[in-house]
Design a protein around this ligand. Structure first.
Ligand SMILES: Cc1ncc(COP(=O)(O)O)c(C=O)c1O
Length: 258
């Protein structure tokens, strides 16, 4: 489904459609956007347990597994694929498979705002339940279209989910889409024209070629940054993001006063 919204709308849309007040969820946090997702869940009255890592680190699967075992039971696990604030990419395939093993019924909710389209992410193959992204990142168009997908498990959860929702309600959105291919609210028409062009470009280039181009660009930026004597915020280059590079500034420059 698509909604007129930015990425934060995707975070809220995911939470309100599959959970009920008081539900326990686990939030795997490696930076600012993971924190935001946890805060949204709390704002809606969910009980949130955080598994937090230092900024610059990816979620450590062994720590996540141990904590998930301690924290059970929970209805869902919220995670960020590519943490834009730190330039770190989580290994979602591994994290999702841990959730499936430890708590097979828990919903895996993935923020893919700055990754989907540019980094490999296999929703069905990795058994992810809710995945959302934003038009202004790898989709190459201005902000304003949020895209969200739900698994069969997520649709089942949605049927019983009691959090208040209106704008984000999947049932009304899907009903309208099925009936007339229309949004229930005014769609961002101009952006859909832009997206049409962007998708044609992406189809021409091909998925694997797009991933390879981002990998090459990411490696190039990381090499140049380090050659300049600066440091990456990502503590382990294996998890450094190919879509966004966060750099530690050695000298904090004072702003110039006029
Ligand atoms: C991973 C991630 N999640 C959520 C957001 C929030 O999106 P927006 O600023 O479009 O509301 C962003 C924005 O950069 C993001 O990178």
């Amino acid at each position: 489904m698509t909604y007129p919204a930015s990425g934060t709308g995707g975070q809220e849309c995911a939470v309100v459609n599959v959970f009920s007040p008081g539900d326990h969820v686990v939030s795997i946090i490696i930076g600012n956007f993971g924190t935001r997702l946890a805060k949204i869940a709390e704002a809606y009255g969910l009980k949130v347990s955080r598994i937090e890592f230092s900024w610059g680190e990816a979620a450590d699967p062994a720590i996540v597994e141990a904590r998930l075992k301690e924290l059970t039971p929970y209805k869902g696990v919220l995670m960020t694929h590519n943490e834009t604030s730190t330039g770190v990419t989580n290994n979602i395939r591994t994290l999702a498979s841990i959730v499936r093993t430890v708590s097979p019924e828990a919903l895996v909710v993935v923020d893919a705002v700055s990754s989907l389209s540019s980094l490999p992410l296999e929703m069905d193959l990795w058994d992810l339940d809710v995945v959302f992204t934003g038009s202004q990142k790898g989709w190459m168009i201005p902000p304003g279209i949020m895209m969200i997908a739900a698994s069969e498990r997520a649709w089942q959860a949605h049927k019983n989910a009691k959090l208040p929702r209106f704008y984000w309600d999947w049932t009304s959105t899907r009903k309208q889409l099925d009936a007339s291919w229309q949004h229930p609210t005014t769609p961002p028409v101009s952006l859909f024209y832009a997206l049409d062009v962007a998708l044609e470009m992406m189809l021409d280039e091909g998925r694997e070629a797009i991933f390879a181009r981002h990998k090459k660009a990411g490696e190039y930026v990381r090499d140049r940054v380090q050659a300049m004597g600066l440091h990456l915020l990502a503590t382990d280059v294996r998890y450094a993001s190919n879509t966004v590079t966060a750099i530690r500034l050695l000298k904090v420059l004072k702003p110039k006063r006029y």
